[in-house]
Design a protein around this ligand. Structure first.
Ligand code: NAP
Length: 269
C-alpha cells in the first residue's frame, strides 16, 4: 500500500532541505543532487551551506534560523522566485540534549521545543499556502524513535519528537485528499554531530549516508513512516503498541540495575 505519491523522477524535483549543513541533511542533499534534483540547502551555518552547495551541481544555499519566522519566509521566497514552485520539503533541523529529572533545565527545554517543534510550525506556516495552491508536493518531517513513547532521560527531546509524529499523522489525513504527500522519518541512532555528544554505546549505529539512502528509498516507495535501521526500529515499534502495564514493566526490566541513561541503548527488546 502506498500512502503517498511515489517520488521517482528526481530530475524534476525542486527540494528544500532545512537542516542541511551537517549530518543526515547534508548526506541527503548530496544523494538527491546525484539523482539530478534541484536542492536548496538551509540551516544557520552559512559557511557550511556555501561549501556544500559549491560541491553540488544544482544547489542554492540559503541560511535561516527556523526559530525566526521572517528568515524562514525569506528563504522560501527565494526558492519560489528561483524555481517557481516546490516539490519536496524536508524538515530536518533539530537539536537534542539528554535531560533527566536531576538535570531538568527549562532553558534547554524551551530551546528544544523552539527548534524542533515551533521551528517546524514556522516552516508549515510558510509553505502550506503554496502547497495548497499547487495541489501537490510533499512534506517530510524528521522525528525520531524517541518520539514513539516516553523514555527516561528524554524529558525535552522525546516530547518534541512525539509532537512531530502526531502532527505528521494529522497533516497526512488532511493533505492526502489534496494530492499532497506527508511523511515522517523516525531514525534510530545515526552517527552525526548530534549523537557524538552521547557517552553511551549506541546500538545499530548507522552512517548519515545510510540514513539518507533510507529516506530516499522511503520517499520513492511512498511510505508514510520512514523508519530505520529496521533491526532496531522493529523492536521499538513493538514496544509502542504495548499497554502501559507491559510497557512500563519492559522499560523497568531493561533499565534494572543500570544507569537509566542506558535505556535507549538497550531498547532492543
Ligand atoms: N543522529 C541521530 O541518531 C538521530 C536520530 C533520530 C532523529 N534524528 C533527527 O535527525 C535530524 C537531523 O539530525 P542529525 O543527526 O543529522 O544532526 P546534526 O548533524 O546536528 O544536524 C542538525 C541540523 O539542524 C540544523 N539546525 C539546528 N538548529 C537549527 C535552527 N535553529 N535553524 C536552522 N537549522 C538548525 C543544523 O545546522 P546549523 O547548526 O548550521 O543551524 C544541522 O544542519 C534532527 O531532527 C534529529 O533530531 C537524528
Amino acid at each position: 500500500m502506498s500512502f503517498n505519491p511515489k517520488l521517482k523522477d528526481w530530475s524534476t524535483q525542486r527540494v528544500w532541505i532545512v537542516g542541511a549543513s551537517t549530518g543526515i541533511g547534508e548526506a541527503l542533499a548530496h544523494q538527491l543532487d546525484h539523482r539530478g534534483a534541484r536542492v536548496m540547502v538551509s540551516a544557520r551555518s552559512a559557511d557550511k551551506l556555501d561549501k556544500l552547495a559549491a560541491n553540488m551541481s544544482n544547489a542554492l544555499a540559503q541560511p535561516l534560523d527556523v526559530v525566526d519566522l521572517a528568515s524562514v519566509q525569506n528563504a522560501f521566497k527565494r526558492l519560489i522566485e528561483a524555481w517557481g514552485g516546490v516539490d519536496l520539503i524536508v524538515v530536518m533541523a533539530g537539536t537534542y540534549s539528554e535531560m533527566s529529572v536531576e538535570t531538568f533545565d527549562l532553558k534547554a527545554v524551551r530551546q528544544q521545543i523552539d527548534v524542533n517543534l515551533n521551528g517546524t510550525m514556522n516552516i508549515l506556516d510558510t509553505i502550506l499556502p503554496t502547497l495548497l495552491k499547487q495541489g501537490g508536493g510533499h512534506l517530510s518531517m524528521v522525528s525520531s524513535v524517541a518520539g514513539y513513547r516516553g523514555l527516561p532521560n528524554s524529558l525535552a527531546y522525546g516530547p518534541t519528537k512525539a509532537a512531530l509524529i502526531n502532527l505528521a499523522e494529522a497533516l497526512h489525513m488532511e493533505l492526502k485528499p489534496k494530492n499532497i504527500g506527508v511523511s515522517v522519518v523516525n531514525p534510530g541512532f545515526v552517527d552525526t554531530p548530534l549523537t557524538r555528544q552521547n557517552t553511551f554505546p549506541m546500538p545499530f549505529l548507522i552512517t548519515a549516508e545510510v540514513a539518507a539512502q533510507e529516506i530516499v528509498n522511503g520517499l520513492e516507495s511512498g511510505e508514510f513512516e520512514i523508519h530505520f535501521p529496521k533491526a532496531f526500529t522493529r523492536s521499538l515499534r513493538f514496544l509502542r503498541v504495548l499497554p502501559y502495564s507491559l510497557y512500563f514493566a519492559a522499560v523497568k526490566k531493561i533499565t534494572a540495575g543500570k544507569n537509566q541513561k542506558n535505556l535507549s541503548t538497550d531498547a532492543k527488546v
